[in-house]
Design a protein around this ligand. Structure first.
Ligand code: URA
Length: 253
């Protein structure tokens, strides 16, 4: 993050935000000599530090401070894009607890049965930038659709189609990759579709509007960010510096 506007913070707040313990626990640990700042043992964890420039050691390990996390998840089907759910597993259940202390949330939603690129962050401003309906951030999906998707569908999507609730979609770009026949004789079409808005079930409903059914859906990009092809389904990693730059962020110090 930019160094502008940085202020010092209480040492115990910095450490508890990173998941090293509650304030009460940290007080005890400081007394036992577990916390060292710039080479000096800190018995009082209420002292202020600059977490970006001071060297803070906890039980002999130097900590890496940052305020935000940016995680690329290859979402598998069967988990919901929410932070909590009474019935289903959520995308947060896939993360290591070291990340949960940052309180990340998914940027937008993919349906439970949709796979692919999902960004998880605690940077609310970024989420707003990527999801703002005024920004028209493009999102590209790969899909398998029952029925022969053809050039006429591409023309209809380019003009905008009317969804079941009367909403007229913005122009979207359809690319038809291939057709194959399923064992039961149904033609399946492999396509990519880029949309510039994010209505509920939008891709599925756009195909319903042209009389076809999406049977598999995967998001492969959002804005400039592309799903890493080497990221196995159900796994995640932090964004690289290059990817952070693509979404207008810089890596923390
Ligand atoms: N469109 C859909 O229909 N489902 C998704 O999960 C995303 C886009």
């Amino acid at each position: 993050m930019s160094t502008k506007g940085r202020t010092t913070q209480r040492l115990d707040k910095v450490l508890s935000n990173l998941g090293f313990g509650s304030r009460a626990e940290l007080k005890k640990m400081a007394k036992q000599g577990s916390i060292v700042v710039n080479g000096t043992m800190m018995k009082d964890p209420g002292k202020h530090v600059d977490p970006y420039t001071d060297i803070i050691e906890f039980e002999g390990e130097t900590i890496q401070y940052r305020e935000y996390v940016y995680i690329m998840l290859h979402k598998p089907p069967g988990v919901v894009s929410a932070t909590e759910d009474l019935r289903d597993r959520t995308v947060l259940d896939l993360l290591d607890k070291d990340y949960l202390v940052f309180e990340p949330f998914p940027v937008g939603r993919l349906d439970k049965d949709t796979e692919g690129l999902l960004l998880l962050t605690n940077d609310g401003k970024l989420a707003h930038e990527l999801l703002s309906p005024r920004k028209h951030i493009p999102k590209t999906y790969e899909a398998i659709v029952e029925g022969r998707v053809g050039e006429e569908d591409a023309r209809l999507f380019a003009a905008g189609v009317t969804l079941d609730d009367g909403y007229a979609t913005m122009p979207a770009e359809l690319v038809i990759h291939s057709h194959e026949e399923r064992d039961d004789g149904v033609i399946l079409s492999r396509i990519s579709l880029t949309i510039h808005e994010g209505k509920f079930h939008q891709v599925k409903r756009m195909f319903e509007a042209v009389g076809k059914k999406v049977v598999y859906l995967k998001r492969v990009s959002m804005g400039e960010l592309r799903l890493d092809k080497s990221l196995k389904i159900g796994t995640y990693r932090e964004l690289t510096e290059e990817e952070l730059a693509l979404i207008g962020r810089t890596a923390s110090l």
